[in-house]
Write a protein that binds this ligand. Structure first.
Ligand code: PEP
Ligand code: MN
Length: 359
């Protein structure tokens, strides 16, 4: 993919930061138009609305379907906003193009599915128009799958490509609805520097309160834009109501964001980076020493026929270490994650030594 072209609509390049907003779902003509009018006042130029809604379980609101495309068409006629929606199969692409939508995006469940991606790519190739397409990351943290989805579109002649980072599924209750795992989009940036990356703080956070800080973090990391869900009456939204905000709130959030220019590394920054490099090496060294001792303990347990995991010991380690970390100004949750990863690896090493699976 060495010739990705800038995102553009009607021959006009989208200016950065690219801001896209609109409801999770198109619900009624009135809701679609009302939200669009308010967004226009908030300075937004690109409108989003889901027409076909992939839901985790059947029985939820699955989108209004084709009639919603006519509402989006009306939004463009009345407000001049550019309009976009999510497509998940050939029929969606054909319908969206028939209604002359300005931009399409591929949802997280679809970009994880190579069959669907190929079908979408083929439909776009057959149509042949120069439409920008944004690809959300797959639900699972697999960068190759994400790139594969992009390659299918690129090979079909879609060169105006961008990606949307919407976070990754995790098990259990978490602060985020979808964990950001920032290093994945950042790795994508390193591999394809010309590929615009747009952050979706609505689906990462899943809560209104998290939108502003996630948006700022994304901008600080050099993302090219934001896609934020908004609704004229969020509390009554038919889908994703906890993460939708009014266009008025959106306008306040956008006004308060700090848009930094790409930082030019200075000598003092280079010096700080050298210190980080040095400390990372020390960390690796210390971890290697710790793992070696853990292996020795494993040998001991094996010789004395002891079980690998002793829950009491692990609980003690966790509590005392987290307390020390907090005293040193380190976030306790962060420390707990590090310790649990180290513990998991120690157990793996010791189980491998003992030669029997651990339950
Ligand atoms: C959406 O943008 O409304 C949506 C369904 O998002 P995702 O594919 O990221 O879950
Ligand atoms: Mn949504």
């Amino acid at each position: 993919m060495d010739n990705i072209l800038p995102l553009a609509i009607d021959g006009q390049e989208l200016t950065k930061p690219i801001i896209i907003s609109g409801p999770c779902s198109a619900e009624t003509e009135e809701q679609v138009l009302q939200t669009a009018r308010e967004l226009l006042r908030a300075g937004v130029k690109i409108y989003r609305a889901g027409i076909w809604k992939p839901r985790t379980k059947p029985g939820g609101f699955e989108g209004v379907g084709v009639p919603g495309l006519a509402w989006l068409h009306k939004v463009r006629e009345e407000t001049g906003l550019k309009v976009s929606t999510e497509v998940a199969n050939r029929a969606h692409v054909e319908a969206a193009l028939e209604y002359d939508l300005d931009m399409l995006w591929i949802g997280a469940r679809t970009s994880a599915n190579p069959f669907a991606m190929q079908e979408i790519a083929d439909a776009l190739r057959e149509d042949g128009r120069d439409i920008p397409v944004l690809v959300k990351n797959p639900v699972n943290p697999d960068i190759e799958l994400w790139i594969g989805a992009l390659e299918r579109l690129y090979n079909a002649g879609i060169k105006r490509l961008g990606v949307i980072h919407r976070g990754f599924s995790t098990y259990g209750q978490n602060l985020y609805r979808n964990h950001p795992q920032w290093r994945i989009p950042l790795e994508l940036r390193t591999r394809y520097p010309q590929l615009p990356i747009i952050c979706d703080p609505s689906h990462i956070g899943g809560k209104r309160e998290l939108i502003a800080s996630l948006s700022q973090q994304a901008l600080d990391m050099g993302f090219d834009g934001l896609i934020i869900e908004s609704h004229c009456n969020p509390d009554c939204a038919w889908s994703d109501k906890n993460q939708q905000i009014t266009p008025e709130v959106l306008s306040v959030i956008l006004d308060n964001l700090v848009y930094r220019d790409t930082p030019v590394p200075t000598e003092s920054l280079a010096q700080l980076r050298r210190q980080i490099d040095q400390l990372d090496n020390e960390l690796i060294d210390i971890l290697a020493k710790r793992m070696n001792i853990s292996r020795e303990i494993g040998e001991y347990k094996k010789t004395h026929n002891m079980p690998v995991v002793q829950p009491g010991r692990y609980g003690d380690i966790l509590n005392t270490r987290i307390r020390s970390a907090e005293n040193a100004g380190i976030n306790g949750d962060f420390m707990a994650k590090i310790l649990s990863t180290i513990h998991e690896e120690s157990v793996r090493l010791q189980v491998a030594l003992s030669g029997k699976p651990h339950e």
